[in-house]
Design a binder for this molecule. Structure first.
Ligand code: UDP
Length: 243
């Protein structure tokens, strides 16, 4: 269905979570500007409809704390490096969004006033009310967490109606669909089933936090052009994780 004919989204405020790897294209590392731009366009298409958009972007395309600590680095230092990687990704996304004429703020959980705004909840809410896209960077600001948990935390604080988790596949499967042709996709699944079956949707602490705050998680494919806009209108293929 052409985008213009899609029903209007019923969501007022949402959070889009993507991993850092979503920004690296086929490069295997770092940032691929055309890919960043493609995702920025997806965000613009939703923001243009008046939907208030929060974003959390991981840092795995640059650095992950666990990877550093496996190589002998002290874990908390490695995690801070991972958090800084998310700031780089957030700035790249901000640049792309601004290039497209979308007003946007990068809001960091670690103070770096020359680079990004500090996280002040009421100020972030005000930005959203003014239809500015808010990119929450530096995770939760604490080591031993991931950006999945940061996404759930910020979505709860911002009173988002759902987390949209953009991935490489169009939902949650009972096993890896890339490796198993008979993998079965769920249309919907409960938080408890995700945890009990160790399904790779988000890490366990993020799923538990979403469950405790009744925050639905909608898993969809970011590779599908216009996918974010369609899913917001309830069209296309996706999995909803709920109570
Ligand atoms: N990180 C952290 N605390 C947070 C969020 C992230 O310490 O609240 C660090 C952690 O080392 C993590 C890295 O930042 O490995 C990058 O985040 P993540 O692994 O979630 O990125 P993604 O896999 O989504 O690209």
């Amino acid at each position: 269905m052409p985008e213009t004919e899609l029903p209007k989204p019923t969501f007022r405020r949402v959070l889009l979570k993507i991993s850092g790897e979503a920004l690296m294209g086929d490069q295997g590392f770092g940032l691929h500007p055309p890919t960043v731009e493609r995702i920025a366009k997806e965000v613009k298409s939703v923001s243009d409809l008046g939907v208030e958009v929060c974003m959390v972007i991981g840092g795995g395309n640059i650095f992950r704390g666990l990877q550093g600590s496996a190589q002998g680095m002290e874990r908390t230092t490695a995690d801070y490096m991972g958090m800084l990687a998310t700031v780089m990704n957030a700035l790249a996304m901000q640049s792309s969004l601004e290039e497209l004429g979308v007003f946007c703020r990068v809001i960091s959980a670690i103070r770096m006033d020359e680079v990004a705004e500090p996280y002040i909840r009421r100020r972030a809410v005000r930005h959203l009310e003014k239809k500015r896209v808010c990119i929450f960077a530096a995770g939760t600001g604490n080591p031993y967490f991931t950006t999945d948990t940061a996404a759930t935390l910020r979505a709860s604080e911002m009173a988002c109606e759902a987390i949209f988790k953009g991935t490489k596949v169009d939902g949650v499967y009972d096993k890896d669909p890339v490796q198993h042709a008979d993998a079965k996709r769920y249309d919907d699944i409960t938080y408890d089933e995700v945890l009990a079956r160790h399904l790779k949707v988000m890490d366990a602490s993020a799923i538990a936090l979403a469950r405790d705050n009744s925050l639905p998680i909608i898993v969809f494919s970011l590779d599908e052009p216009g996918g974010f806009r369609s899913i917001l209108a309830g069209q296309g293929t996706y999995t909803t994780v709920h109570a």
